[in-house]
Design a protein around this ligand. Sequence first.
Ligand SMILES: [Zn+2]
Length: 278
Amino acid sequence: MFDMNFILPRLHKTPALNSLSRCAASFIAALLLLAATCTAADLSPEPTSAKAGKIPDKLVVMTFDDSVADHATYVAPQLKKFGFGATFFITEGFNFLTNKTRYLTWEQIKELNDAGFEIGNHTRNHQSVQTQSPDQIAADVAHIEQQCAAHCIPRPTSFCYPGYATSPAAVQVLRSRGYRFARAGGRQAFDPVKDDPLLMPQAFDSKPDCKFEQFVAAVAQARSGHIAVMTFHGVPDLEHPWVDTAPAKFEKYLEYLKEQGCTVVSVRDMAKYLPPPK
Ligand SMILES: [Zn+2]
């Protein structure tokens, strides 16, 4: 058996390692840990219900915007408790760089990734793409990709439009950079047959005045090949009170998803249920 207490610190502290090889070391360490702790049954690739191209009813996607600190300290542990996946859309906008009490650190973002959650791109500055040139959009998107690379987080393939504002130029930039999904605003379920995945609508946008019935109605849309994509910000969100979700309300939503037998995944993992991209 491997002695992980011996291997891990040495892999991480080797001074000659550059950023790329540090990521490789991190990957090797994760593999060693997997080999040391997993049984063959743990390694089965996907649940039996996940058949490519077959979208089950009650498929729900959870997304969390704006890099709020409680995504790491409260939201992720809650989701884990229920066995739910999710995407965290990261921006360095607002007061991300200066207020490290209210916003995630990159170390916490890396921990969210390591815990199996998806890290998505919400741009460097959280500026509306409708006010930007294609070069400015590309630069803001590239910055989050570079930060992910520097912290050994896979290059994002999911994007979220700041302020729900979309533009044809942004779609083009995202397509050329290899993005598969981009979440916008709206109030309807995602229909992979009709909707452009780079203009994916949300079925629910959690706000302080949202009624439980609105969440129930959004979940009910997840049927007949449609997928309910849910948007949240902080739980609570003290920096952006207009998109706040109270923890008690959030836990009620999670309980409901469990009660209903929903499959709750990240944007990235939703792709397992879709036909391969053309
Ligand atoms: Zn945002």
